[in-house]
Write a protein that binds this ligand. Structure first.
Ligand code: HEC
Length: 127
């Protein structure tokens, strides 16, 4: 929660146009998530495990700590928290960001990475 406060503080008063623009981004982010990550991850609340762990609430969560998922040693109790700065290099090239991980994924397009990160963030802030 603490990590979200600065974001909330700078957000302008929510008008109608901003609400629908934000909703459109979340929808685009959800589509991007399904395309890029959906094969291996669910993101719904209480969504199940695929090859990777459920990602609902992952934004702001400590890496490698979802109960019941068998992480590689590279992630298990990773010691970092997932936020913009840790997720961006991870999605760009997971195995370069954290050598030894079994997540084999790269996304070279920064705009697509941002869409997905904003989507994951929106799921956490609605908890
Ligand atoms: C080919 C399957 C695959 C794809 C595609 C994939 N992932 Fe993963 N992901 C995994 C696996 C497997 C793990 C567990 C890695 C480990 O234990 O080393 C993981 C772990 C993660 C974690 C760490 C979760 C935690 O609890 O610490 C995040 C965050 C993540 N993935 C985000 C994404 C995002 C966002 C995308 C899409 C842009 C994506 N992944 C695409 C397989 C995948």
């Amino acid at each position: 929660m603490v990590a979200l406060l600065p974001v909330l503080a700078v957000r302008p008063p929510a008008g109608h146009a901003q609400d629908s623009a934000a909703a459109a981004d979340v929808q685009a982010g959800q589509r991007q998530f399904e395309t890029s990550c959906g094969v291996c991850h669910t993101a719904g609340k209480d969504g199940g495990t695929r090859q990777g762990p459920n990602l609902y609430g992952v934004f702001g969560r400590r890496a490698g700590t979802l109960p019941g998922f068998s992480y590689s040693a590279a992630l298990r109790n990773g010691g970092w928290v997932w936020d913009e700065t840790t997720l961006d290099p991870w999605i760009a090239n997971a195995q370069a960001a954290h050598p030894g991980t079994v997540m084999n994924y790269r996304q070279a397009n920064p705009a697509k990475r941002k869409l997905v990160i904003d989507y994951l963030k929106s799921l956490s802030s609605s908890q």
